[in-house]
Design a protein around this ligand. Structure first.
Ligand code: F42
Length: 334
């Protein structure tokens, strides 16, 4: 029997009622978690999460992922504990380094990201479990004393968004889970041993960490429609991938430049037209429910314990979630 759980990721760009309706459907279709991405230019992650907490009953929900630079960890802890109360103990917290370029535009230097995430998780865990923290002296954050006037309701697990080798190890060491932004077995074969190493360093095992594949997915009845929906997302992933990741997938800097060059000039047809089959294979799980099923099974064999249907999900999110709920999820639940 499989222990794989399933999640959806929503980017809160649509009207509030639309994301809320999708969250209600995700619960109805049997997904276990909903992660809302956190980018300040989109609608507020916590406004959407509050609505979802109000209109759903069982699905777990949280920011996937917030960062310690834009919002102080003390405030994030207070907000998550409030969400936990509002949702009856269903809050989950995803934390990561944050997007370096976006933070830079705001005049915020993303210095020592590993240290910032480590200290944040320490602050979160202490506040979640004890309701107060005193005399915390980190390199980035220090807290003389902070006490919350209320308790959390549930467990409030902390997931660390990680790609780099040290961040992956940190997630194994400190997190209840890891969220890995990737879709291909190659990336997870790289990540899982690092998470294991971090877990062992802390006297834990891999079974203590819920390893999430935060994948780009496009499910459709017709494979060509799945590919069409996946192509713009893959173009942005290629443009944002560090050279080490492109190299891992055998994508040359020249072919990546054919995508990122037009993209930076706003030439979307040019960029999308330069997306190759190799790029689509490396950065997205796409196709019919049966095709996606096989790829998800392969990730489970590597050690993934949570599979997240991330953007685009499919040509039409509602239909794609329904296709997944009928043609994918049941295979892991018999
Ligand atoms: N970012 C967002 O802004 N919003 C989101 O909604 C979001 C979702 C998301 C979901 C899953 C996921 O995996 C990532 C997601 N991200 C999101 C991106 C995330 O915020 C990070 O930008 C992304 O994960 C990249 O981070 P990384 O894990 O690759 O870590 C980077 C910062 C890194 O450099 N890591 C190094 C490593 O080896 O892991 C560590 C570098 C290091 O050791 N630094 C030292 C330190 O103390 O920090 C300092 C070294 C020195 O010289 O000072």
């Amino acid at each position: 029997m499989s222990s794989l759980s399933f999640a959806v990721e929503f980017v809160p760009q649509e009207a509030y009622w639309q994301t809320t309706a999708l969250g209600i459907l995700a619960e109805k279709f049997g997904f276990d978690f909903v992660w809302i991405t956190d980018h300040f230019n989109n609608r507020s992650v916590y406004v959407i999460l509050s609505l979802l907490a109000n209109y759903t009953n069982t699905i777990k929900l949280g920011p996937g992922v917030t960062n310690p630079y834009l919002i102080n960890p003390i405030q994030t802890a207070s907000t998550l504990m409030s969400l936990d109360n509002l949702s009856g103990g269903r809050a989950i917290l995803g934390i990561g380094a944050g997007d370096k370029i976006t933070l830079g535009h705001l005049g915020i230097e993303r210095s020592k990201p590993l240290t910032a995430v480590r200290e944040s998780v320490q602050i979160f865990r202490t506040l979640f479990d004890k309701g107060k923290i005193k005399g915390f002296e980190g390199k980035i954050f220090s807290v003389e004393k902070a006490k919350l006037a209320f308790d959390k309701t549930g467990e409030l697990p902390i997931y660390i968004g990680a790609q780099g080798p040290k961040m992956l190890q940190l997630s194994g060491e400190l997190g209840q889970g890891t969220l890995i932004n990737a879709s291909h077995p190659r990336d997870f074969k790289y990540a899982v041993p690092l998470i294991k190493k971090g877990a062992e360093k802390a006297g834990r095992t891999l079974t203590d960490v819920d390893i999430g594949a935060y994948a780009s997915v496009s499910v459709a009845k017709k494979p060509e429609k799945a590919t069409k929906a996946a192509t713009p997302v893959v173009a942005f992933i290629v443009a944002g991938s560090p050279p080490v990741v492109l190299e891992r997938h055998g994508i040359s800097p020249e072919s990546a430049q054919k995508v990122s060059g037009p993209l930076t000039k706003g030439d979307f047809p040019g960029a999308f037209g330069a997306v190759t089959e190799e790029m689509l294979e490396s950065f997205c799980i796409r196709g019919t429910p049966d095709e996606c099923l096989e790829k998800i099974k392969a990730l489970e064999k590597i050690g993934i314990t949570q599979f997240i249907f991330g953007s685009p999900i499919g040509p039409k999110k509602r239909q794609s979630m329904e296709l997944a709920s009928e043609g994918i999820l049941p295979h892991f639940r018999e």
